[in-house]
Every structure is written in C-alpha cells, then in structure tokens.
Design a binder for this molecule. Structure first.
Ligand code: M6R
Length: 605
C-alpha cells in the first residue's frame, strides 16, 4: 500500500508526477510531493486529498528547474483521508515519505515529547520529527538512530534541507527498488515507476542506508560497511505498458491473457515435457513431497484452491490451502516434509510474505509463484516460478490469476507424472490440451459484446449469486470477487449442492444468479440445483460449454464457452466472468481500475 518515489535529475517535478501516476494503484486517497532545486535549501511541498490528477491541479506551474524530489500516493492507515495527513511530512530540516506502519509511534511521541511539533494524525510525521531531533548534520547517524527506535514496517525516503540533490532511503519489510542512469537516479516502491528509465534495478536490502545522488549511489549497513547490490533485469516488453487505447487497464489486461498463457507455455513446454529448470531440483521435490501447503490472499488464494484440486486429481494427494492472514496465526504444522507454495502477483503481500517466512523457518521447502521478479518473496523462497505476465496495473487481478492457474496445472501434471500417478501418454495429451487454452480464451474475448449485453441487466441489482459444483465452484469464487470488488454489487459464490443448507433463502423473484455447468460428470446434479433456484424466481445466466448451449437456451440466457476438456474449462470460464464484471463496473460509471478502499499491493496486515 502507498506508492513512494524519489527522483534526482532534470525536470524532477514532472518526472515525479508521472511516476506517481504509475504507482497510484498502490493507494489513491491522497497524493503529494516535495521538490527542490539544485543548491537551494528551499523545499516546496504540495499535497492534497484525492488523486494525482488533483495534485496536478494545485501545483501552480510546471517549473522544469527542480532537480530532486520525493513523492507519495497514500492508502490511509493512521489518520483519516485529508490534506494534512497526506505525505510528504516535514519537520525542521527533514522531509519524508513513508510506506508501512510504525506500531510504536504513540510511545515515541510521548518519550521524545514530539506532540507540539506535529500537525497531522499520522505515524509518519512522528518519524519525521524524531529524525529531525536526531539530526545534527550527519544524516546517516540520524537515520540509524531513528530506525533503531522504530517498531513496525517501513520504507522511508528522506531529504534533508541542507543536503542538496541527495535522497536517502531505508526500509524494513516494505520494498524499495532503485535504478540509476545517465544523469538521473530513481527509487520507487515498485518497478512500475522505473521501467521508463532503466531495464534493470536493484531491490534495496532491509536495514541498510541508501544514499542516492545524480551520478552515484552508496548502500551501507548500520556499521558503515558498503553492501553490494544485485541487479534484476526487466524481462518484459516495456513498450507494452500504458493503456494502449483501452479505456481501462483491466480491459487491456483481460485481452492480454491468451498471449500471456502462450508465453508461459513456450517457456516451460519443451519437447513434450514440462521443464521448470532449477537443474531438476523442483522435479525432485515434486516427486518426493506428499504434503503440500498452499498459502495466498485474494485472487492468488483462488488460484491456489484450483491448484489443490489438481494435486488431488493428478497426484492423489491432499494439498492444504490457507488464507495467508489466517495461516500466520494458526497452528498449521510445517516441517522439512512440507512443500510450501506461496502465490502472489506482487510478491509483496505482507501476510503471504510473513507466512513464507514462517514456512522457511520451520524448514519447509518453499516455492513461490510470482509475477514480479526481485520482489520480497523471491528473496525468501527457495525457488520461484515466474508468471511473467507483465505489469498488472488494474487493482482487480485478471492475467495474474490465469497465469497462476496455468502454473498450478503444469506443477500438478508434472508432479503426477513424477510420482507415477499419470502416464506419459496422459501427460502428452494434457500438454496438447494446455496448448488449446489460449485460443479458447481468445474466443471468449471475441464474444465480449454478447457478455456485455447480459451484464447490463444487473447494474442496478444489490446482490448477485454464483453457483456451481466442483471446479466451477472454485472459479466462481474468483468471479464473485471480481464482481464485488469493482462493481460494489454484493456477490457470493456457493457450491450448488450446499444451497439447500441455507443460502437458497436469499433467492427471491428476480435475484440474479450466474450458474456454471461446465463439468460433465456434475451437470445433471448442477442443473437440478439451478432448477431449484429458478423455481424460486431467480433470473439465471448459465455458463456452459458450446456443445450444450442449444440444450439450455430455451430455458436460460447462456454464455457459451469453447469446448475444452472439463478440467481446462477454468480458463475460458473465468475470462467470461472477468468480462462480465468489467462491463458492470464500467456501465455503472465507476473507476474500474481503482475501486474504492482497495490498493493493488497490500503491505499492511
Ligand atoms: O499481489 P498478491 O497476488 O499477493 O495480491 C493478493 C490480493 O491482494 C489480490 O489478489 C487481490 O485480491 C485482488 N484485488 C483481487 O483482484
């Protein structure tokens, strides 16, 4: 949560504003920046409640002579959404922006008698005041003394009035990435803001101090020793960033899915085999481990749930799936016989990261399925598989989900084969099926206008239910999350067979229901459940394979899906639900990419 940026170079004001726009998906209730000119001690601060577009409005001119600055987009934690609580915060000679939470801020305020120096309700301003109190001309000493007093998570980016053209940064848990180029230097809370400047960046280690200058950087530990940095290369096409004519990133990201899936398949399918690399280390683990624990949040959790189903189907083993936020406070037993799989688009979600740390400490072998290279989880996991879907900017996850799903399909198939549970012939035919997925998804995308027509019917509805059995139920859980997070329609997925045990009481005349019936062995049971809710007045849209469309279209509105083998239907099915949710939100006139109260990267517990 919260996007932070620091930039040194020509036209810093414009560069910071542009960077903040790219980081806005991390938090968008307020925005602010502080800029200064070379060799001037005067720091100008602009900040306000609202979006970066609102911040642009309060900046009097686009003065290109600023050479250094820091900026922030906020997702409020301590203190309400207001101009005064927006970052940067200034105390004396110190100006800072912060991502994270300082848990002991109230105690620090009291201990160092800072109250009369504060104007906001934020934990961040307490840090600014403490830094200023400790600052006597030696910035690193002040940072060190301050950080030693802080409890909590933080990425702090700091300027001192009397040190021109220099930005300092320090972090604990919350990420900072850094890039350096000809005459400019940039740091940010994630790589989205730096692609334009560099094809490589490094992730700042925890508890070291970064000093960033126009033509140099140093990284030192708290004892003053230089710390080496490791650069990560940006491996996706940076020209593919931006909305590229789409009204929202989500629409673009939905459409990108077939090519993302093709890219992963071409990376991992080699000579009719699934090859993960790692010199066979992952294969050995997949063969050996019979206890698998999958931990994630939100959409990534839903991908993990499908993964667990696949481990049952192809490996004959029961994988546990837990929400990271519950896992870290549960008594789940982990040991060296556990393969722990963390799933995360960002690789920064604090709960998942915390769970991964626990698993590592307990001796489990840790695999991470991630999209962002160099992210915190990649630095903890023993092995990381990358979905390489490119930057996902819309808060609602789409291409991250389908690429995570594909990873689980490949892992479970390979594990099943290595354990001797599926034959070589089966694996070969499964690989053929995997290769059909991109076209199946593309066919759904071609039919988006038909889905749009159906979605128009629900835009004023308060509730919508999704029902299905087996794999359909798991995919509908993700569909329901999509719809609720971007349209604010209350939507829930129910296992169709469970309806009679309570949820059917919610159905009345006209209640919209999306029912999925793509699993051949479950169709007759699922249809009986659909009839039960239809008999109670529900207005049902059916998601069914094209081969069955005719059979159902007299009775239901049907969204026909390409005919893949049942187990692969998750892919076209979720694309239909993503498109449906997207249009509901867009037709309601909402900001599809930045739903209220949410942020793309959740770095607070
Ligand atoms: O970056 P992560 O995959 O760890 O994020 C997990 C969730 O916060 C994320 O999937 C969230 O649920 C999305 N808004 C869903 O669209």
């Amino acid at each position: 949560m919260c996007g932070i940026i620091g930039f040194i170079g020509n036209d810093a004001l414009a560069k910071i504003l542009d960077g903040l726009e790219l980081l806005e998906y991390r938090g968008y209730d307020s925005a602010g920046l502080a800029v200064r000119k070379e060799d001037e001690t005067d720091t100008q601060i602009y900040k306000c409640q609202g979006r970066v577009s609102d911040l642009r409005k309060i900046i009097p001119n686009s003065d290109a002579s600023f050479s250094c600055g820091i900026g922030h987009t906020r997702w409020a934690t301590h203190g309400g959404v207001s101009d005064v609580n927006a970052h940067p915060h200034k105390s004396g000679k110190v100006t800072i922006v912060h991502n994270g939470i300082i848990e002991n801020y109230a105690l620090l305020k009291e201990e160092y008698e800072l109250s009369d120096k504060l104007v906001s309700e934020t934990d961040t301003e307490v840090v600014a005041a403490l830094l200023n109190k400790f600052y006597d001309g030696n910035p690193k000493e002040a940072i060190k003394r301050t950080v030693k007093k802080l409890q909590g998570t933080f990425a702090l980016v700091i300027m001192f009035d009397d040190i021109p053209n220099t930005i300092f940064a320090v972090r604990n848990v919350n990420p900072i990435v850094v890039a350096h180029g000809e005459g400019h230097a940039i740091l940010a809370s994630d790589p989205a803001a730096i692609y334009e400047y560099s094809k490589e960046y490094f992730v700042l280690d925890e508890n070291v101090i970064l000093t960033l200058e126009p033509s140099a950087y140093t990284v030192e530990d708290f004892d003053g020793n230089q710390v080496p940095v490791e650069f990560t290369k940006v491996d996706w096409d940076v020209t593919s960033t931006g909305k590229q004519g789409y009204p929202f990133y989500m629409a673009k990201e939905i459409d990108e899915q077939p090519s993302c899936i093709r890219r992963i398949l071409s990376n991992y399918l080699i000579n009719n085999d699934i090859d993960f690399g790692f010199n066979g280390e992952l294969d050995k683990a997949l063969k050996k481990y019979n206890r698998i624990c999958i931990v994630a949040c939100g959409t990534a959790l839903h991908a993990g749930m499908v993964g667990a189903q696949l481990f049952k189907k192809w490996c004959g083993i029961t994988a546990e799936v837990e929400m990271a936020s519950e896992f870290i406070y549960s008594d789940t037993v982990l040991d060296e016989n556990t393969l722990f799989i963390a799933v995360s688009q960002s690789g920064e979600t604090i709960d998942t990261l915390e769970a991964l740390n626990r698993a590592k400490e307990a001796g489990a072998l840790c695999l991470a399925i991630l999209n962002v290279r160099g992210s915190s989880m990649s630095r903890v996991a023993d092995m990381s598989l990358y979905t390489d879907a490119g930057p996902e900017i819309a808060v609602a996850s789409t291409k991250a989900y389908t690429t995570q799903l594909l990873m689980f399909y490949m892992i479970a198939l390979k594990a099943g084969f290595l354990k001797g549970k599926i034959s070589e012939d089966y694996l070969e035919s499964a690989i053929k099926n995997l290769k059909q997925i991109p076209n199946a998804m593309a066919k759904v995308i071609e039919k988006k206008d038909d889905i749009h027509r159906l979605s128009k019917e629900v835009i004023t509805c308060p509730d919508l239910f999704m029902v299905g059995r087996g794999l359909d139920y798991l995919v509908l859980m993700e569909g329901a999350l999509k719809l609720k997070e971007i349209s604010y329609i209350h939507s829930e997925a129910y296992a169709a067979g469970e309806l009679k045990h309570g949820p059917i009481a919610l159905i009345s005349e006209g209640t919209p229901v999306i029912a999925a019936v793509t699993q051949t062995n479950l169709i007759s049971k699922a249809i009986s459940n659909v009839k039960e809710i239809k008999a109670r007045g529900a207005n049902v849209v059916l998601l069914a394979k094209n081969e069955l469309k005719e059979d159902f279209s007299d009775e239901y509105h049907v969204i026909g899906l390409p005919d893949l083998e049942d187990v692969y239907m998750a892919f076209p099915e979720i694309v239909a639900l993503q498109i449906y949710s997207y249009f509901v939100s867009a037709d309601k006139g909402l900001d599809v990419d930045k739903p209220r109260n949410l942020a793309k990267v959740v770095t607070v517990e």
